[in-house]
Design a protein around this ligand. Structure first.
Ligand code: CA
Length: 366
């Protein structure tokens, strides 16, 4: 009798563990289909209300994919576009009033090998499906002479103002701490390119936060309005931060990563007045993009941040209502460098792979 009770108990415990394991690893029953292939070094994808996709390619082209799968490619008239290394056409995002205005925001590198920067511009989608009336709004200063660490991620806030992340230019890490430089910052600007009057630093009107290395993820929880930012660390020290106006996120004074040479960048893993990351990946996964998942297709992923990774080749999920936070790989059969992650109108998860012959993939429940 005693034996039987123990076995039943063991059985219940085992089932409980199996369920926990399934829930932990994320959805197991999913189907991956191709929305588009033969994309050339794509950087970002956005779905329009009419279900078309717009995909930026770093060389300065935008691919439009219709629901029937047909593709067109347009070379954008981007004045002074700088294509080299990590530079090129980067992000695209829809204006809040896109349904009426058909306007989008773009980010791209401008300049040349000796003096380059990040530029943000607006454009309009014509009735022929082409991006026209491209109007630059702002260009970061000072310029740098490296083809690396441009940041470039755009996000619109509930009040209609915009954020753009800027990188430290790789060789200019000290400037991430200086308010007279726009390198290594998150900048906030109005749709007309002006600085909002309520930005935190009167002497640096566009700066929203400082102390960043190469941030390429921005996401917000629509219910709480909390903003999350993600950035590439050096060797280790990739971060997710709770983004708050006026805060200093530490780079390069504080980092949990080390330099590629193996040298310590900083003796400090924390420092007074500098905000710790919510989550840190060491070793690095190279986080390229991030979205807050609120869709219905994968209920187990609601309240999660989904993070795409280049180096770690895949997709990660962070349950933002768990304590402590932990990151886990999801959809493990996707073993490719991922450049962007978004959800479509049905809550399916859509990822953009990286490289010269890349694809836009839809992950749907099976
Ligand atoms: Ca930091």
């Amino acid at each position: 009798m005693m034996m039987k009770v123990n076995l039943s108990l063991l059985f219940i415990l085992l089932i409980g563990q199996l369920r926990a394991a399934t829930a932990d690893n994320g959805p197991n029953d999913y189907l991956v289909t191709e929305i588009a292939t033969s994309l050339h070094s794509p950087w970002a994808a956005v779905q329009l209300p009419d279900q078309r996709w717009l995909i930026t390619e770093m060389g300065g082209t935008v691919v439009t994919v219709k629901p029937d799968g047909s593709m067109t490619r347009q070379s954008l008239a981007l004045q002074d576009l700088y294509v080299n290394g990590q530079g090129g056409l980067l992000d695209i995002a829809l204006m809040q009033d896109f349904s009426m205005s058909q306007r989008v925001m773009l980010s791209y590198a401008t300049g040349n090998d000796d003096c380059n920067a990040l530029t943000v511009a607006t454009a309009s989608l014509s009735e022929h499906g082409e991006l026209v009336n491209i109007a630059p709004l702002l260009t970061t200063s000072p310029c740098r002479d490296t083809p690396a660490h441009f940041g470039g991620r755009l996000a619109v806030l509930a009040d209609g103002t915009w954020l753009v992340t800027t990188g430290d230019g790789f060789d200019y890490r000290e400037q991430a701490q200086r308010l007279d430089s726009q390198l290594g910052k998150v900048l906030r600007f109005r749709e007309d390119g002006q600085a909002p009057a309520d930005n935190p630093f009167p002497d640096a009107p566009y700066v929203y936060s400082l102390g960043h290395r190469n941030p390429q993820g921005l996401a917000s929880d629509p219910h709480t309005g909390r903003l999350y930012q993600q950035e590439h660390g050096p060797a280790g020290g990739d971060e997710i931060n709770l983004l708050i106006a006026g805060e200093n996120y530490g780079w390069p004074v504080v980092t949990k990563g080390i330099d590629y040479s193996g040298a310590r960048i900083s003796p400090f893993e924390e420092y007074p007045g500098m905000r710790d990351p919510l989550y840190n990946w060491t070793p690095s996964i190279a986080p390229s993009s991030m979205t807050w998942y609120a869709g219905n297709a994968f209920p187990a992923l609601r309240q999660h941040l989904l993070v795409s990774a280049l180096k770690a080749k895949g997709l990660f999920a962070i349950n933002m209502s768990a304590k402590p936070l932990s990151s886990r790989r999801i959809f493990a059969t996707i073993e490719q460098r991922i450049r962007d992650v978004v959800a479509d109108a049905d809550g399916n998860i859509v990822v953009l792979t990286d490289g010269e012959s890349a694809a836009l993939l839809k992950i749907a429940p099976e």
